[in-house]
Write a protein that binds this ligand. Structure first.
Ligand code: NAD
Length: 441
């Protein structure tokens, strides 16, 4: 970390003085190079993380490419502010400059996707970076490093440190020459980072966990809602911060929903991540698998019903995968709101389904957790979807869809799900320092 910060500091004067257009061209070149090796990156991401090859091929790596292209373009289109004060004979305007060495720390669930979502805006704005990918999933970050020079990224602009959170992560957080930290990971780690960085008054962006509700009203189009909610519950083995894990269904359609939802969930095939017909790959680690399984056991002990998946259906795996950390998509019904399964982030292929009666009631229950990252609302009533969306304590609300993203708009959570937002304008503001200049004429 010491050497990486020094290299980043030394590279800062030259990189920050390049024009946005010059930096943009380099980012685009890097995007092209990753895209050229997309299949190799996807294979590595799948093998390293356990995610399916299809997910890595269609989501992780294309999005990593897009992150560089997106910020290569958006950096060219920002304007600063200007106001006039004729009575004082003054013009005020703002200017923005890169901050310096940015510390970037990312998790294991979407390794290259999330790492590049930080590197791209940071360097597009003219900062140099020290990035620390998760120690569980460092392979694609390593592969990207090999392309930096070819893309024309000058030495020292992007430094990647491979190491554990406790050692490398914390050294970065505590380093006096790193004025800002962009972190994606768990709420617990974010609390530690906040404490450790406080003496330095560092600028922090914290993208954390979620306990995301889906609210399904009785006028929802179930033919759209059910497959999408199965996907939002189990995509990437449920290891996405935006995954649905509490499904509130209006009582009139509750039994029909449950029946159809379980049928759809059972269509999701669990198995060898390298097989392109597989929907659910392996969980990240043995410890994590145990943790997720324990939630299911706790729910059962509390009297909830496991409708499919863990402990209910047989999991048949190919011979080569039998020691892997696999788990079937699991649907649990009749879980109490105060149960840990309805309150804590499980981060695995487990979703809870409960009934509700009124709009007022469901808003209160959906908001009744410490998190506030993402929510989905399903209804054919346009007035209702707006009303409910406004009242949900959630940084993102999708209505009648899930995971449709415009990178221009703010991304991030409220409450224990984070501080700050990322996106075209938000990342630009985070990774630059603003100054107000007044000219008297
Ligand atoms: P984690 O907090 O354990 O680790 C995240 C990163 O922080 C890793 O690189 C780790 O090495 C590092 N780290 C750990 N301890 C540290 C310390 N003391 N100082 C500095 N760095 C430290 O999280 P995880 O288990 O890798 O990821 C899963 C979590 O990430 C889930 O809670 C998930 O919801 C969250 N997440 C959030 C988003 C979002 O955008 N809101 C996206 C993906 C994942």
């Amino acid at each position: 970390v010491e050497a990486a910060v020094k290299a980043a500091k030394d590279a800062f004067p030259i990189w920050s003085s390049k024009s946005p257009l010059e930096r943009s061209q380099i980012l685009n070149k890097l995007a092209d190079l990753i895209e050229h090796d997309l299949e190799a990156f996807a294979q590595a991401e799948s093998k390293d993380q356990g995610k399916t090859i299809m997910f890595a091929r269609t989501v992780d790596i294309p999005r990593a490419v897009h992150n560089f292209r997106f910020f290569a373009s958006s950096i060219l289109h920002h304007v600063t502010e200007c106001t006039e004060m004729p009575t004082m004979g003054c013009v005020h305007y703002t200017s923005r400059a890169p901050v310096g060495v940015a510390g970037l720390i990312s998790p294991w669930n979407l390794p290259l996707y999330l790492l590049t979502w930080k590197i791209a805006p940071a360097i597009a704005c003219g900062n140099t970076v020290v990035a620390k990918p998760s120690e569980m999933t460092s392979v694609t970050a390593w592969m990207m490093c090999k392309l930096l020079e070819k893309a024309g990224v000058p030495p020292g602009v992007v430094n990647v440190v491979f190491g554990t959170g406790a050692k490398a992560g914390e050294a970065l957080v505590c380093h006096p020459d790193v004025p800002l930290i962009s972190f994606t990971g768990s709420t617990l780690t974010a609390q530690r980072i906040t404490e450790k960085s406080a003496p330095h008054c560092k600028r922090l962006s914290l993208e954390l966990g979620g306990k995301n509700p889906a609210i399904i009203f009785d006028d929802a189009d179930l033919s759209q809602c059910i497959p999408t909610t199965v996907r939002s519950s189990f995509a990437n083995q449920g290891e996405i911060c935006l995954c649905t894990s509490r499904i509130f269904v209006q009582r009139g359609i509750y039994s029909e929903f449950l029946k159809r939802f379980v049928v759809e969930a059972k269509k999701w095939k669990t198995g060898n991540p390298s097989d392109p017909t597989i929907d659910v790959g392996a969980l990240i680690s043995k410890e994590h698998l145990e943790k997720v399984r324990n939630y299911v056991k706790k729910a059962q002990a509390e009297g909830a019903r496991v409708l499919c998946g863990e402990g209910v259906d047989p999991l048949s795996l190919p011979p080569g995968n039998q020691k892997g950390y696999f788990m079937l998509p699991t649907v649990i019904a009749e879980v109490k709101d105060e149960s840990c399964c309805m309150q804590e982030e499980i981060f695995g292929p487990v979703t809870c389904v409960v009934a509700f009666d009124t709009e007022e009631e469901v808003i209160k229950r959906a908001n009744g957790v410490k998190y506030g990252l993402a929510a989905t609302v399903w209804s054919g009533n346009v007035g209702r979807v707006h009303r409910v969306a406004h009242r949900l304590q959630s940084g993102l609300v999708w209505t009648n869809c899930w995971l449709v993203r415009d990178l221009n708009l703010p991304f991030g959570g409220m409450k224990a799900s984070g501080i700050g937002r990322e996106g075209a304008k938000d990342s630009y503001e985070f990774f630059t320092e603003v100054k107000t200049i007044t000219i008297k004429h």
